[in-house]
Ligand binder design. Structure first.
Ligand code: ZN
Length: 129
């Protein structure tokens, strides 16, 4: 269980992360809106711009996802619904881990296990897109 003080400082960490993410996402969205067909683009340039843009939009999707997770965690803290316990084993996630990774939902050892499982899935049974 997190103390009130820990909750407050974790909340602060999340709020500042959200602000940073919002800024980055807004800028990325602005860039994504720029017209490609303007000016004297050669077909090669256009291809480069389009593939860069595809990367940027993947990045944008990842960041939006993270932003959503941060907002959800922030709300949970505000409502006193976040207990700082691991979803998997119920042990405290640990304040240090939470400060470094405020959207963590399980403790370090469970996260490691999850990662290994995810890697196994990615290595074999996952559908290829
Ligand atoms: Zn755990």
């Amino acid at each position: 269980m997190l103390t009130e003080k820990q909750c407050a400082s974790l909340h602060q960490v999340i709020v500042s992360l959200i602000l940073q993410f919002e800024e980055v996402v807004a800028k990325a969205q602005e860039r994504a809106m720029e017209p490609v067909q303007d000016g004297n683009w050669s077909p090669n340039d256009q291809a480069t711009v389009l593939s860069e843009r595809a990367c940027a939009s993947e990045e944008l999707a990842r960041m939006s996802e993270r932003l959503r997770a941060l907002c959800a965690r922030k709300e949970a803290i505000e409502r006193g619904k976040f207990d700082g316990l691991c979803e998997e084993c119920g042990d405290p996630i640990g304040f240090r881990r939470l400060t470094a990774n405020p959207t963590a939902c399980c403790c370090a050892s469970c996260a490691q296990e999850r990662e290994i499982r995810a890697r196994m899935v990615a290595g074999g049974m996952a559908p290829s897109y």
